[in-house]
Design a protein around this ligand. Structure first.
Ligand code: MD3
Ligand code: FE
Length: 209
């Protein structure tokens, strides 16, 4: 466990290969029930290069008309999000032991050409709970800075099986994915089509009493 900056904990190899394979099998079933969709920027409708789905009581979505928000149902099928698998619930208990139960697990799929620009996660009401990220498949060159857009940044490689816990002073830090290292993992050779990288972000959304 490596504290990269206050509140930003990197856990290389948190999931062993067997757990990674089991989680991919869980995700395959989740995506059968809740297919990947292409989120779009508020107002402009510009598509993200990352495709997304969710599991858990709430899911993060974005489109031109409604903007960024958490909703209980899939934007295209209208069905409730599938439940979080046991491995995801266990990761939240282990990595965010002081937080209320996770409500949203966003699943991001990066084909090798996909990126995620520098942004802050500020659509949640409860900013006291950390965000937990689990990486599967190809390595990501991940960038993180401070709470100001112009603060200095640094990059780290997030490999298959790594966890990242973003809490405290890092909860509102700018971050993004500069690029995916194509062919760096064999984990996603069978699924999803095109391979690449899957990232799960586990979040508490609502405040508790
Ligand atoms: C740092 N996802 O879904 S996960 C996102 O790899 C997102 O898919 C990236 O940023 C991905 O919003 C990064 C690591 C992460 C997640 C949340 C954070 C880093 C964070 C919240 C605050 C600071
Ligand atoms: Fe983010």
């Amino acid at each position: 466990r490596i504290e990269l900056r206050p509140g930003c904990l990197h856990v290389p190899g948190y999931l062993d290969r067997e757990a990674q394979e089991a989680l991919v099998a869980d995700l395959r079933r989740i995506v059968e029930a809740a297919p990947f969709f292409t989120p779009r920027m508020p107002r402009t409708g510009r598509p993200f290069s990352v495709r997304m789905t969710n599991c858990g009581p709430l899911g993060w979505v974005s489109d031109a008309a409604g903007g960024y928000r958490y909703v209980a149902t899939h934007p295209e099928t209208g069905a409730p999000w599938p439940p979080m698998p046991a491995l995801v619930l266990q990761a939240w208990r282990e990595l965010a032991p002081a937080a209320a139960p996770a409500e949203a697990c966003l699943v991001n799929h990066y084909l090798p050409q996909a990126r995620m620009g520098l942004h802050r996660d500020e659509d949640e009401e409860d900013m006291t709970a950390p965000v937990v990220s689990l990486s599967l498949g190809d390595t990501a060159i991940f960038r993180i800075g401070g709470t100001g857009r112009r603060d200095p940044t640094f990059s780290i490689r997030l490999k298959s099986g790594d966890a990242l816990v973003l809490g405290g002073q890092s909860r509102l830090a700018f971050h993004g994915v500069d690029r995916i290292v194509a062919g760096s993992s064999t984990l996603l050779a069978g699924w999803p089509p095109g391979g690449g990288r899957l990232n799960l972000t586990l979040r508490r959304v609502s405040r508790t009493e």
